[in-house]
Design a binder for this molecule. Structure first.
Ligand SMILES: Cc1cc2nc3c(=O)[nH]c(=O)nc-3n(C[C@H](O)[C@H](O)[C@H](O)COP(=O)(O)O)c2cc1C
Length: 254
């Protein structure tokens, strides 16, 4: 019997073949672009780390390779996993924070993140002579509407801020643009995270920080809730459920 392409069966068979071809094309394209997407993510990450650490230069890959040592640190033990740079750069921190097997519920969820991944990707930065120049650590916490993500770099005293950058946020455009304004992020430089007792007391101060405030930066009027969220994120991540143990380990290594 000759195949009738205008029959109901013909229409179904044609649709099925078309769907199959389309899904092969989509899967194929996703597979081809996978490596390019990963490359883009790695480059973005490298750029944020270098910006936070105040390391300038044109060739991001070359600068990163020469000056940055990435570590995947267990936040409870303070110890680093033995992994290659690529493995560490490709570590999916957000997935690790969602997965119950690789994360915990913080006892004191100051940053309002619900779950905290057991491991964090941190970066040791060296100067041109190979000496430790800073340590860059990712932070995140709830602002007013969204989770604000960023990186904070501390100097070798593991207390004074070398620099910071906000990598992602979903706060109100216009109102919270200061998060990506270098004039504001530069005000973090030289501020100290911990007080004399080792308690994280860094502050984003409503009404403006006093000139002699070594822990405070100015909040921005109309967006103090975003600023407060960021302050809490810093205090959480540099506290006992964040980088405290890792920083103590680093101090004993020095
Ligand atoms: C449409 C709209 C969007 C807002 N977006 C933000 C925001 O992204 N971050 C923030 O801290 N406050 C934001 N606010 C302001 C807060 O809701 C709050 O009123 C404000 O923080 C109080 O003023 P203050 O920051 O000068 O204390 C927004 C207000 C409105 C009406």
């Amino acid at each position: 019997m000759a195949f009738n392409k205008d029959s109901v069966a013909g229409t179904f068979i044609f649709s099925a073949i078309l769907c199959l071809c389309c899904s092969f094309m989509i899967t194929g394209t996703a597979e081809v672009l996978k490596e390019r997407k990963l490359d883009k993510k790695r480059s973005e990450l490298k750029r944020f780390v270098l910006v936070a650490a105040n390391v300038d230069g044109d060739d991001i890959d070359q600068l990163f390779d020469a000056r940055v040592t990435p570590l995947l640190v267990n936040l409870d033990s303070g110890n680093a996993a033995d992994l290659s740079t690529t493995e560490i750069l490709d570590f999916d921190d957000r997935m690790a924070a969602i997965n119950k097997d690789t994360s915990i519920k913080p006892k004191k969820d100051l940053a309002r993140i619900k779950r905290r991944a057991n491991q964090a990707r941190v970066f040791k930065i060296s100067d041109a002579d190979g000496n430790l120049a800073s340590v860059v650590m990712p932070i995140h916490g709830k602002g007013l509407w969204s989770v604000v993500y960023g990186y904070v770099a501390v100097k070798p005293d593991l207390n004074t801020i070398e620099g910071m950058v906000i990598s992602e946020h979903g706060e109100t455009p216009g109102i919270a643009d200061f998060l990506n304004d270098q004039a504001w992020t530069d005000t973090w430089q030289g501020k100290q995270i911990f007080d004399a007792d080792g308690k994280p007391v860094f502050a984003v101060v409503k009404g403006g920080a006093k000139a002699d405030d070594i822990h405070g930066v100015d909040a921005v009027s109309g967006a103090t809730k975003t600023g407060t969220g960021l302050q809490k994120a810093v205090r959480f991540w540099f506290g006992p459920e964040g980088y405290k143990t890792f920083l103590s380990t680093l101090k004993t290594e020095a």
